[in-house]
Design a binder for this molecule. Structure first.
Ligand code: CU
Length: 131
């Protein structure tokens, strides 16, 4: 009886479970687990900072580095942008939805600060791995 109640509660709770939320600030992303499961994934996005921030989800190609990808402004063959969202200060962006496959990923913010330095160069990068 107890297990039936537990199973019922789980079945009701799962669909309503909110996706993990990535929180952007100057100049970081919080709330990104360093290991993620394969398959369909959703990430909420909230900007708790004072500047506009974006979250580009990039997949780093085998044999390449995130640094090479960023040095090429994500235009080379080192990485591929698989999803994107952004939010103004204090706002929520649209939820990112993607399918994760095995490999290395990172969330990066390409928006420049007042001195034209992209936020990722100031630390707004969050890497994770999918096994
Ligand atoms: Cu930013």
């Amino acid at each position: 009886m107890l297990s039936l109640i537990a199973a019922t509660t789980l079945a009701v709770a799962s669909p309503a479970a909110a996706p993990p939320t990535i929180v952007a600030t100057e100049y970081a992303f919080d709330g990104v687990e360093t290991e993620q499961a394969r398959g369909t994934a959703s990430f909420g996005f909230r900007n708790a900072g004072k500047e506009t921030h974006e979250a580009l989800l990039v997949k780093i190609n085998p044999g390449h580095t995130l640094k090479a990808a960023l040095d090429a402004n994500l235009e080379g063959k080192a990485a591929k942008v698989v999803a994107f969202t952004y939010a103004a200060p204090g706002k929520r962006g649209k939820t990112l939805k993607t399918k994760l496959t095995a490999g290395r990923y990172a969330f990066v913010c390409m928006i420049p600060d007042r001195k034209k330095r992209p936020h990722h160069s100031l630390g707004q990068v969050a890497r994770f791995r999918v096994k």
